[in-house]
Structure formats: structure tokens, C-alpha cells
Design a protein around this ligand. Structure first.
Ligand SMILES: Cc1cc2nc3c(=O)[nH]c(=O)nc-3n(C[C@H](O)[C@H](O)[C@H](O)COP(=O)(O)O)c2cc1C
Length: 216
């Protein structure tokens, strides 16, 4: 090691050693690192209830220095998967269809956390979100065993119904999906009892979303 590099390394060691115990252990575990968060917003309503959850979550996440990028899928040109099994030949452009998924693929590949945000439609995700999610298969095709890149995941959802039995089908689906993807669940928030645009105002789920974002 050159003298200058040695001095730099020594100064860095002293700086770390002088940190308080919790900060030092966070740093050594990599806990303090800014994360890259990609939100796939499947709500067709630009200022709908799902968007309210997204904004609160984003505020929390950004307050901790995380990078957040949100794709409003309704405003994008994204076609359904063709089921051709012909993708995965080019990591930068993995699908045979050259539409707006090309904007999502690089961000998805680089993401630490993927947020699936959607209104509840027929006890599941909206078509816009399902359509984009299916197209992520092209990224798995880049691996000879169809392995998905490992991610952490969060679900944010708005629904008219407000009972556990109303939420159960989509929570079961979300958990099963993550199990099969091999992804880690960081939590889900369902804002129940909201139908019209603006119904989410003052909902406790907004605080939960903000706290979840700030907890990352
Ligand atoms: C096509 C459609 C299907 C829906 N299905 C359900 C449902 O299965 N369960 C439910 O609780 N709410 C359902 N809703 C209500 C929406 O989830 C609710 O209005 C939500 O707040 C919309 O979110 P947004 O404002 O982001 O669009 C449905 C609404 C639509 C338009």
C-alpha cells in the first residue's frame, strides 16, 4: 500500500472508531446505506387514493436519504406479456417488445426495494400493475434457470372494503408471490374504506405508509 493510501485508510478507521456504538454497528452492517426504491403505481387515477399512500411513503423514505422513483403505469405504453419465452437475450433490453418497459427494466434491475402500489380491483392488483409485473419475467429470462433478481418488496393498496376478509385474498396472493419470487417482504399497507378520489385524506394508513418509508 502506498503511503497516501495508508494514511487515508488509517483516517477512515479512526473516523469509524470515533462514531457512537449504534452508528458504528449500522455502518459496518451497511444499514445506513441509501436504498434505491422503485414504485410501480398501478392506479389509473393520477391523484387517487393509491397516490396518497405513495406520496406519504415517499416522504418517509426520502427523509432517510433513500432514492425513490415512481412509474405511473397508466401513463405509460406497456403491453401485456406475449408468452413467447423469447426474451432474456439482452440485459438492457430483455423483452422482445420494445415499449415503455424499457424505462422500467434498468431501474428495476438496480432496485433494492420494489413497491407494488395499486387499488384493489376484484380482490387483487389492477390490470396495469399485473401487466407490468408479468413483463418482469423477461429479466428472469436473462438467467438460465429463470431466477428472478433478489429484491425486497412492499405493497401499498387502497380499497373500498374495510375488513380483514376483504383484504385476505390479496394479502395471501402478495405473500405467495413473494415466496415464489424469493423476495423479502418488508410490509404491506391496505387503506380500507376509501372509494372516491380524496377519501384517503386523514386516513391512518397515510401515517403508516410514511413511517414504513422512514423505517427503511
Ligand atoms: C374495477 C374496480 C374493481 C374494484 N374492486 C374492488 C374490490 O375487489 N374490493 C374493494 O374493496 N374495492 C374495490 N374497488 C374499489 C377501489 O379499490 C377503491 O375505489 C380505491 O380507493 C381506488 O383507488 P385509487 O383512488 O388509487 O384509484 C374496485 C374499483 C374498481 C374501479
Amino acid at each position: 500500500m502506498e503511503r497516501r493510501e495508508f494514511i487515508k485508510a488509517a483516517l477512515a478507521t479512526i473516523a469509524v472508531a470515533s462514531l457512537p456504538q449504534t452508528a458504528r454497528s449500522d455502518l459496518l452492517k451497511g444499514n445506513n446505506m441509501a436504498k434505491k426504491i422503485v414504485i410501480l403505481n398501478g392506479s389509473p387515477r393520477p391523484n387517487g387514493n393509491t397516490k396518497g399512500l405513495i406520496e406519504a411513503f415517499t416522504e418517509g423514505a426520502k427523509s432517510k436519504g433513500h432514492e425513490v422513483i415512481c412509474f405511473n403505469l397508466q401513463q405509460m405504453n406497456i403491453h401485456g406479456c406475449l408468452g413467447c419465452f423469447g426474451g432474456g437475450k439482452d440485459k438492457n433490453s430483455p423483452c422482445v417488445q420494445k415499449d415503455d418497459m424499457l424505462k422500467i427494466y434498468p431501474e428495476y434491475s438496480a432496485a433494492d426495494i420494489v413497491v407494488l402500489a395499486s387499488p384493489m380491483y376484484y380482490w387483487g392488483f389492477s390490470g396495469q400493475l399485473k401487466c407490468a409485473f408479468d413483463r418482469l419475467f423477461a429479466v428472469a429470462e436473462c438467467n438460465m434457470f429463470y431466477r428472478n433478481p433478489k429484491k425486497q418488496c412492499i405493497m401499498l393498496m387502497a380499497s373500498e372494503g374495510n375488513s380483514d376478509s376483504n383484504s385476505k385474498p390479496v394479502i395471501d396472493y402478495y405473500e405467495a408471490l413473494l415466496k415464489h419470487m424469493g423476495w423479502k417482504n418488508l410490509g404491506h399497507i391496505i387503506a380500507g374504506g376509501v372509494m372516491k378520489v380524496g377519501d384517503i385524506k386523514g386516513h391512518k394508513a397515510l401515517d403508516e405508509a410514511r413511517e414504513l418509508g422512514a423505517s427503511l
